[in-house]
Design a protein around this ligand. Structure first.
Ligand code: CP
Ligand code: NVA
Length: 310
């Protein structure tokens, strides 16, 4: 089987995503029915964390166990990576001992270098630039609630961060529009994230304009991991970018609200929104488990036949 990594959202095609979603539906169903499904018996996942995590660690670790395999948690703090071992050397060694690797780190380049020297599939568990596993779960969740995302309008309010960048890559693949509203000085850079055109996004100075007619409103923390030194400045710069009930009221009546979590109620989102009837954040978080199980299955086994999807 050809070695395949999942480092950016555009590493997979629309057709591959449709396959993953059908597998995720099947895998979710078996999990809910407490049916044993062990396609990855004896496979081992190494998870390397340079940054904190609740959802990503849990969903990968539980997911691999539920598929019959096992997982090993490695933190940069207590491995030789934290003492300066070259990432290329670590990649060559780690990938000889396990079947698949998930990495959460800072610079995307570190992840890319690891993948370049790895003999097994590498998955991006979040970098400063991208968070593809999150948007995989988010689009799956949207589809569960509203069907095909093609042609829909997604409003992104707040920081043009790793999650926003990934939504923009996804818009080109799934053919939907992203309305982005960021404070001045925090604008998106379409070239840096490899967008083919600017057709799938539109920038708005006022977040209230961005959410008009949106099918989904989404946001994220004002200060991502690694940018903590800027938090005070960001709290001031983003003050007008809180998704509250007045803002949600401008979106379509059936609009959903998503947030990758963890969230700060009273900063990027009001409690009335994240805890309100349009919010699907708990399903969104749970779907990390099912979609990543489908992803690991695909990267390790390839397509395993339509009959397994039913
Ligand atoms: N959304 C997400 O990636 O959560 P964690 O930081 O808890 O993994
Ligand atoms: N943008 C956030 C996402 C956390 C899951 C961060 O990078 O910290």
């Amino acid at each position: 089987m050809q070695l395949k990594h999942y480092l950016q959202f555009n590493d997979l095609s629309r057709e591959e995503y449709e396959y993953l979603f059908s597998r995720a539906r099947f895998i979710k169903q078996t999990f809910k029915q407490h049916q044993q499904y062990w396609p990855l018996t004896d496979r081992t996942l190494a998870m390397i964390f340079d940054k904190n995590s609740t959802r990503t660690r849990l969903s990968f670790e539980a997911g691999m166990n539920q598929l019959g395999g096992s997982s090993i948690y490695l933190s940069t703090r207590d491995t030789q990576l934290g003492r300066g071992e070259p990432v290329e050397d670590a990649a060559r060694v780690i990938s000889r001992m396990v079947d698949i690797v998930m990495i959460r780190t800072y610079a995307h380049d570190t992840l890319q270098r690891f993948a370049d020297y790895s003999s097994v599939p590498v998955i991006n568990g979040l970098t400063d630039e991208y968070h593809p596993c999150q948007i995989l779960a988010d689009i799956f969740t949207f589809t569960e609630y509203r069907g095909d995302i093609k042609g829909k309008v997604i409003a992104w309010i707040g920081d043009a961060n790793n999650v926003c960048n990934t939504w923009l890559q996804a818009a080109e693949i799934f053919d939907f529009k992203v309305h982005v509203s960021t404070p001045p000085g925090y604008d998106i850079d379409p070239l840096q994230i490899g967008l083919k055109t600017t057709e799938h996004f539109k920038s708005f100075a006022d977040p209230h304009d961005a959410v008009k007619n949106a099918d989904l409103v989404t946001t994220d923390v004002w200060t991502s991991m690694g940018f903590e030194a800027e938090s005070e400045q960001r709290r001031a710069d983003f003050a007008a970018f809180c998704v509250d009930a007045d803002m949600m009221a401008l979106a379509k009546e059936r609009a959903l609200f998503m947030h990758c979590l963890p969230a700060h109620r009273g900063e990027e989102v009001a409690a009335e929104v994240i805890d309100g009837h349009q919010s699907v954040v708990w399903d969104e978080a749970e779907n990390r488990l099912h979609t990543q199980k489908a992803l690991m299955e695909y990267l390790l086994l390839g397509k395993i036949g339509r009959s397994d999807c039913e």
